[in-house]
Write a protein that binds this ligand. Sequence first.
Ligand code: UD1
Ligand code: CA
Length: 437
Amino acid sequence: MLNKKVKSIILAAGKGTRMKSDLPKVLHSIFNKPILGYIIDAANNTGFVDESFVIVGHEAEKVKEFVSGYCSSAKCVLQSPQLGTGDAVNKAAPYLKDFDGYVIILNGDIPLITAETLKKFVAAHTEANADLTAMSAIFDNPFGLGRIARDKDGKFIAIVEEKDTTEEQKAIKEINAGVYCLNWRTVAPAFNNLQNNNAQGEYYLTDIVKWAVENKLNVQSYILENNEEIFGINSKIQLAEAAKFLNKRTVVRLMEEGVQIVDPDTTFISPETTIGSDTLILPNVYITGKNIIGKHCKIGPFAHIRDGAQIGNNVRIGNFVEIKKSVIKDNTNVSHLSYIGDSELGSKVNIGAGTITANYNPISKVKSKTIIKDGANTGSNSVLVAPVTINEMASVAAGSIITKDVEAYSLAITRSPMKVISDWVRLQIKKLSGGNK
Ligand code: UD1
Ligand code: CA
């Protein structure tokens, strides 16, 4: 157990010019969750970060709106203008005046960082009794990143930004990951001593290393095991790559837990989805948000589960089926071409092909619930206009539009009676050919 208080500072004030977007970089999403959300989660999931400061600047209002809705222990602090990463951290300093614990600093654009790594990182900092620990990684192509400079004895003495490197330093492959742990009391004075006399005219956070070395503090580096974790997002190409990495992590974990995934390359599953063993996921399935899926289910091919699904055991979600915010109990089938939204389906329900729960009123913007109880079934191409309940064992005839509750064990049918006009086709043919005679 850590006997220090830990707070985090997340740097998210930059514009992200290379995203070429109206949206600030940190609000771009992977599986419908902004990348900033992943970083806040990593900090929170360590279990020891009790408060986070998110430094906002570019499109600050939008970022603030997201953060305030997402996490109650995160506070936004405005940095305007954006004078560099060191200046960004300094904006949080007034809130940490008498703080005597650790501060973890994280760049806001590294959604693949994990709580596990942050825990090991802070443990290493504690073990070394360090004042400052910077996370580093070995990159074959370090271009563009800050380099870890060491003296002839291998002691970590500074971080040098790409634009400030000498020819010799350009060859260094150990880079600065942009994740730091500070003993706030001893390192905080560094932020009043930063200078901007560098190639970019910015106040660099990285200069605190040199300051700490000069002030005889204990400065350490921590080499990352898995470089993927600090994969930074600067463009939409990198956003797609990060999503792939994240997805791979999830599908591998699920397969290790006993889920059968036929084609991991075309299966996309959000990290917050849990799936029971022996469930079979067929190709081209897309699952976003937080969902619980049971054992022995069969999902896909081409199924879309959109968030808030609680699916029991032995459930079938077939092709071209979309599920949103719905509870589906054991042994129920939704096999083809259906939309189930804001619904509760009991067990042994059978949903016919093309059944739609009409949950949304576009005029009032109200969403309503559909309840389908145990053993009930719907015929193909039926529309259930919510709010509506189909009781136990009831049956909805194919092609029906259901606007009122259906009693248990009864049949609801809204179809107009079928009419057969004998010889109608013959008559048409005769009419056509007759005209030509
Ligand atoms: C930074 C590091 C570099 C490291 C790299 C890792 C510095 C000076 N350099 O470089 O050593 O290898 O990260 O990815 O820190 N930000 C603000 N306010 C500002 C400027 C930036 O909040 O005034 C935020 C950005 O939104 C971003 C983060 O800080 O989330 C990093 O800024 P960025 O400009 O991307 O730094 P790099 O040049 O990548
Ligand atoms: Ca920069």
